[in-house]
Design a protein around this ligand. Sequence first.
Ligand code: SF4
Length: 277
Amino acid sequence: MRAKRGTNQPSLFAASGNTPFTVAYGMGVDSTAMLVGLVKHRIRPDLILFADTAAERPETYEYRPVFEEWLQKEGFPPITTVKYAPRDFKNWPPYYTLEDNCLTNGTLPGIAFGAASCSVKWKQGPQHGYIRQWEPARQAWAVGQRVIKAIGFDNSPRDRVRTYSASPKDADLYDYVTPLIRWQWDREECKKQIASVGLPVPVKSSCFFCTAMKPWEVRSLRPDMLRRIVRMEARAFPRLTSCEGLWRNTVKGTRGGTARPGSMTTLHQEKPTPSGR
Ligand code: SF4
């Protein structure tokens, strides 16, 4: 099922009752602001899950202890890390990260081909796997309750129409809530709210090779990460038929969009534009 963002939202304050309340934390601006807001609204989650693809930027991992210390001071639970654990390997060598998954199979993350199957496999799946074994969830499901899962989509026009995927067999187990949309916090408001409690504003979180990265973001990566992008695209290149690389296909930028090549490797071979973007 694809549960449309903003539908099926129980009262956030149901979280103060017996309903297990979980947070999907990505360590970026939106989900950090969501936890800041939950502290301000005195809604304490039972579980904060971070699904680690092992491909976030170093600044994101460095933010974790800073934020975790603040959460602890506010009496919130610690951040629990979950990871995808592959069981069967069709190809060699075995992989334990999304990047190695792509290298072993000579492919790119699913989002490069259209659907963000990489997120389903490496983020949503491990979170659900953890919650499935989590006693409060098991007890809730045993009496027909759903687990509340808070997602950090903000109140921007783009996020308000986003959807959150759940597999058909899990669709009846969760109620998805989007507190930032309920509070009408867009991205700028999220940054203000984070700063208002004395925390630094984190960088945008995502895998450093994600198709959603902007050209200026890719240019700002460390050389070792750029080399890893080149290696991933080179390894996948012989098998690519529907796209040029991590950015799918070349965008000319003639209709107001940002011009960029279909391959991030090609971007590195180009000279930056005067604006650097
Ligand atoms: S951040 Fe991008 S590449 Fe990483 S799992 Fe999500 S959609 Fe896939």
